[in-house]
Design a protein around this ligand. Structure first.
Ligand SMILES: Nc1ncnc2c1ncn2[C@@H]1O[C@H](COP(=O)(O)OP(=O)(O)OP(=O)(O)O)[C@@H](O)[C@H]1O
Ligand SMILES: [Mg+2]
Length: 269
């Protein structure tokens, strides 16, 4: 889903082939981030451009969520640089404990407008219209009035993405959005993510699914430090996967491929 690189002149220098700076939504170089001054992931260097789906791979505790939090400012930058030049929206890792709040899918989508309203204004007709449009975009408008906590996991993910679209975020940060989804919901969400990327957004997706990551544009492999960053076809070799997942790497029978056994996943025989 890479946009065609454009040729252009930079600072009177030679003609180079590069996407314009405008296409870079976020860029980290030698970034170390953590909590309370203690490093959680070290030496992270990556770049997110418009139109890219980037998988964040790594074991539990490897630092996927922390990397997303570095962009939102919820984790501390300890050293290195991070430039975020787009507005971002997050879809956090599922918290089941919050699902008994009596809010509708529409309410959740409308919440995407709150940050852009002055503090004295309630969301009104315009914000509701924008929220409905976003729900339409993610295929959830028919369930706008449904209670959020009663939706399926896949439907909730799509509503939360709608909230991000209401925020008009250029950068979507999805933390394990496929966890708990059945195959058809996963396919549907993956199709939506692909469509949103073609609309010039950049999308970072923490996932435990290697096969999915192979279908996307770039991968960041994390295991308390950055193991690799690049196109899946170049990066996802045995050495990188072993450094990323350690002993949790397994050969998938009859496929010739490699899979991972994350600690919280059951082995499917
Ligand atoms: N709020 C926090 N305060 C202190 N340490 C934290 C905090 N959140 C995460 N960590 C630590 O940072 C490291 C990376 O955790 P992180 O949650 O980013 O991993 P992850 O790859 O998202 O894992 P999972 O697959 O389980 O979601 C872990 O050692 C974790 O204990
Ligand atoms: Mg996480």
């Amino acid at each position: 889903m890479n946009r065609a690189a454009a040729s252009h002149e930079v600072d009177g220098g030679p003609l180079i082939r590069a996407t314009s700076d405008r296409d870079v939504l976020a860029e980290a170089a030698g970034l170390t981030v953590g909590y309370g001054g203690v490093a959680a992931i070290e030496n992270v260097s990556f770049r997110v451009r418009r139109g890219e789906r980037i998988a964040l791979l790594g074991p539990n505790g490897g630092g996927k969520t922390t990397l997303l939090r570095s962009i939102t400012g919820e984790a501390d930058r300890i050293s290195g640089s991070l430039r975020v030049s787009a507005s971002w929206a997050t879809v956090p890792q599922t918290e089941r404990s919050r699902l008994d709040y009596p809010v509708s899918a529409l309410d959740v989508a409308v919440m995407g407008s709150l940050a852009s309203l002055p503090w004295w204004r309630q969301p009104g007709r315009r914000e509701r219209a924008a929220a409905l449009q976003a729900l339409e975009r993610v295929g959830m408008v028919k369930l706008a009035g449904a209670t959020f906590g009663e939706l399926s996991a896949g439907q909730r993910q799509r509503v939360l993405i709608a909230r991000g679209l209401v925020q008009d975020a250029g950068l979507l940060l999805l933390d394990e959005p496929f966890t708990g989804l059945d195959a058809s919901s996963s396919d549907r969400l993956e199709t939506l993510i692909g469509a949103l990327a073609t609309e010039e957004r950049g999308i970072l997706i923490a996932t435990h699914d290697l096969e999915q990551a192979r279908r996307w544009d770039l991968v960041v492999c994390l295991n308390r430090r950055q193991i690799a960053f690049g196109p899946p076809g170049e990066v996802l070799n045995l050495a990188v996967l072993e450094a990323t997942y350690g002993g949790a790497i397994v050969a998938i029978p009859d496929s010739g491929g490699l899979g991972i056994l994350p600690p919280h996943h059951h082995h499917q025989s």
